[in-house]
Design a protein around this ligand. Structure first.
Ligand code: PMP
Length: 358
């Protein structure tokens, strides 16, 4: 079988490891940028009541009309823009690639950046090109970006705003220069929009090649797997052609529509996370040897003393706290760890554990 697998499977797939998610049972989970807050019991009961209308024997609404309306209202999506829904924003990144992929076509993003731009580009047979961020503060290297765009003529450019895994938000004027220089689509990925005050949503339409990608994952609905792409309707009409039928299941449609009717709850939760981010940053700043990077997202990237990231990660895990070790993920992330902002008591436990192990 091995020989047949090796002759059949594309070499670039053979060379990969499957996407790995750390086992988190019994641990304080500060590794995956989730919202740690639950729902009040009364809301849970109301939600379960809403699910009673679901007919699992029927396919879901293929156009997700109720959910589209709820999203438009809750997220203040401009009326003249189209919306396309995906099974997480990951699926929309995949649909974008499938829409434009041809041999030799390029996807361009920054390094270090969100890993799925590269992975999905590769799955679709596109070439991935990355431009390093500035080493000291992870800001955009605009001349290098413009030079790479000119040289590579990428079909897709991804800019996460704020960026994962670094947490900073790029300069908006630099982003505009990139949008204006790019020959293809520029997708501003606003996965962390709930944790910053800046967005390109209101600028949609100013450039014909700008799309904004969003998700409900970080605001507190990661389990539903729902992302949305917003932009000029003619683009979305083309991308919609590669969407699998019924890609957003009925439980997600009903649950997300319900949740969006209670958006103030999620706004309050994400606001608490923003406040906690400040407290956590202060607490971490008091630990000798850690270098912190300012964040506009719901996580903080930090650099440990040289060679210690692995031991710190293991030490925290022994104390039942799971964070993300990025050491080895990319040369610019040497000795780096990423912590998601959790509940105040989770953050306090993590800070205490860090002090103990560092
Ligand atoms: N974009 C960015 C920048 C992310 O960090 C993530 C998740 N880590 C995603 C997109 C994917 O989000 P989802 O598929 O949960 O919508």
């Amino acid at each position: 079988m091995k020989a047949r697998i090796e002759s059949l499977v594309r070499p670039e797939i053979l060379a990969l490891d499957a996407y790995h998610v750390a086992e988190a049972a019994g641990l304080i989970k500060l590794d995956a940028m989730e919202n740690p807050y639950g729902w009040p019991e009364s809301l849970v009961s109301e939600w379960l009541e809403a699910l009673r209308s679901v007919e699992l024997n029927r396919y879901p609404d293929p156009q997700c009309e109720l959910l589209q309306d709820a999203l438009r209202e809750a997220m203040r999506i401009p009326d003249d823009m189209g919306v396309l829904l995906g099974n997480g924003s990951d699926e929309l990144i995949q649909m974008l690639a499938l829409t434009v992929a041809q041999s030799g076509r390029k996807v361009l993003s920054v390094d270090p950046g969100f890993v799925m731009y590269r992975m999905i580009g590769l799955f679709a047979g596109m070439d991935y090109v990355s431009v390093p961020l500035q080493a000291e503060d992870f800001s955009l290297d605009l001349p290098a970006m413009l030079e790479a765009i000119e040289r590579e003529q990428p079909a897709l450019v991804y800019l996460a705003y704020p960026n994962n895994p670094t947490g900073n938000r790029f300069d908006a004027d630099d982003m505009v220069r990139i949008i204006e220089a790019a020959p293809g689509l520029v997708i501003v990925d606003e996965a962390y929009a709930p944790f910053t005050d800046c967005s390109f949503l209101g600028l949609l339409g100013d450039w014909e090649n700008l799309l904004v990608l969003r998700t409900v994952s970080k605001m507190g609905l990661a389990g539903l797997r729902l992302g949305y792409l917003v932009g000029p309707r003619p683009w979305l009409a083309e991308i919609d052609k590669v969407r699998l039928p019924y890609n957003v299941n009925v439980l997600t449609q009903v649950s997300a529509t319900f949740a969006l009717e209670h958006k103030p709850l999620f706004d309050a939760q994400t606001q608490s996370i923003r406040v906690e981010r400040v407290h956590l940053f202060e607490a971490l700043s008091g630990i000798d040897g850690l270098h912190l990077f300012p964040s506009e997202a719901n996580f903080i990237l930090m650099r440990a003393p040289a060679g210690q990231a692995g031991a710190i990660f293991d030490g925290l895990k022994e104390r039942k706290i799971l964070i993300k070790n990025l050491d080895g993920a990319h040369p610019m992330l040497a000795d780096c760890l990423r912590v998601t902002v959790g509940l105040p008591e989770e953050n306090a436990a993590m800070v205490e554990a860090l002090k103990a192990v560092i």
